[in-house]
Design a protein around this ligand. Structure first.
Ligand code: HEM
Length: 318
């Protein structure tokens, strides 16, 4: 039986958002001890614990990262984990048998590995990008962006290079599991080719790919041949980010500089949420064959995905 720790409500956030609700406790305010006692710590981080604070246990092997990277910490099975709210305090209780104690769960794990990837990705957003974001905003908020057509064209050209690369890799499938992700309906290469054609017709010169796109494409090619778990992280983040924040960006830019024209980049054949769901299911299936270490390795790659994609996004403002 794990200990019960009363916490004042002001120190304890329980998110109402269904997708994350199991693990929306500000974990990082606690340090984890072996018998699942939650102790309050001083920092104000939400649902993530810096690697450096994680004590290694026999069934939890995490590589320490060089930077201040955040990583979800596995918790006891969510089904055994209940939150009771009273007017003055929240009780955290967990009943765990000796056997269950050894079976830790990661944030999102109960729903499948995609939810774990999403959990890590959402934290890497800035607070002004998403309410689930944890990073401090840097630069102009999107509402104040002043994009130029030239900058946007650079972004579209580099994005096309990245999607061409991902889609070619899936065709070639140096690892057989990549073949699952051919013709998912999420492909963006063809749409982008049409969009660049449209800009050409309007009299714009289409630039050559620039450093952010070229570096990312090269990185993806190398990774795809030697590190399928890390590669799949980029696949997930690239396509899913585009379907979420990417569309918001597209709408904003179109309002400001394209007279609201909707580009093919932002149109999908069929129902987008169904296409995404079907890819989620395939990703979950592929990851079922991964060890916990391989899954953690995939999750750790998320930060690189943000770094590369962020550099391409910034071209819009160049
Ligand atoms: C200006 C930049 C960005 C903005 C404004 C933005 C905004 C958002 C928003 C609003 C969501 C939806 C959250 C929800 O489900 O309620 C989201 C989801 C997501 N974003 Fe971003 N994002 C940005 C950049 C990125 C980048 C660079 C990546 C990684 C390459 C990324 C990866 C994701 C992922 C994986 C999801 C989850 C999608 C899903 O669950 O279907 N985002 N983003």
């Amino acid at each position: 039986m794990a200990s019960i720790t009363p916490l004042s409500q002001s120190q304890f956030t329980v998110s109402s958002k269904l997708q994350n609700h199991c693990f929306s406790i500000p974990f990082s305010r606690f340090t984890q001890s072996s018998n699942l006692t939650l102790k309050k710590s001083t920092k104000n981080q939400f649902s993530s614990i810096p690697f450096s604070r994680i004590t290694r246990s026999s069934n939890l092997s995490l590589k320490k990262s060089t930077k201040n990277q955040f990583f979800p910490v596995p918790f006891s099975q969510s089904s055994k984990f209940s939150l009771k709210k009273s007017s003055r305090m929240v009780l955290v209780s967990a009943t765990t048998s000796a056997h269950e104690k050894s079976k830790k769960m990661y944030p999102g794990e109960a729903k499948g590995f995609v939810e774990e990837m999403r959990f890590v990705a959402m934290k890497l957003h800035t607070k002004d990008q998403s309410k689930e974001g944890e990073k401090e905003p840097e630069g102009q908020p999107m509402a104040k962006w002043e994009p130029s057509v030239d900058g946007y064209l650079k972004f579209l050209v580099d994005s096309k290079l990245v999607y061409d690369t991902l889609e070619k890799i899936m065709e070639k499938a140096p690892f057989p599991e990549y073949a699952e992700f051919r013709n998912t309906g999420l492909e963006r290469s063809e749409g982008l080719a049409k969009d660049l054609g449209w800009f050409r017709e309007q009299g714009y010169a289409i630039p050559e790919p620039s450093t952010p796109g070229l570096s990312y494409a090269r990185y993806l090619e190398e990774l795809s041949e030697k590190d399928p778990q890390a590669f799949i992280c980029h696949f997930y983040n690239t396509y899913f980010a585009h379907s979420a924040g990417g569309r918001m960006i597209g709408r904003k830019v179109a309002e400001k500089i394209l007279d609201k024209k909707e580009l093919e980049f932002y149109k999908w054949d069929g129902d987008l949420s169904q296409l995404l769901q079907s890819v989620r299911e395939k990703l979950n299936k592929v990851a079922e064959n991964w060890t916990r270490e391989e899954k953690n390795h995939c999750l750790e790659e998320t930060e690189k995905s943000f770094k590369f994609s962020g550099e391409i996004l910034r071209l819009i403002l160049s």
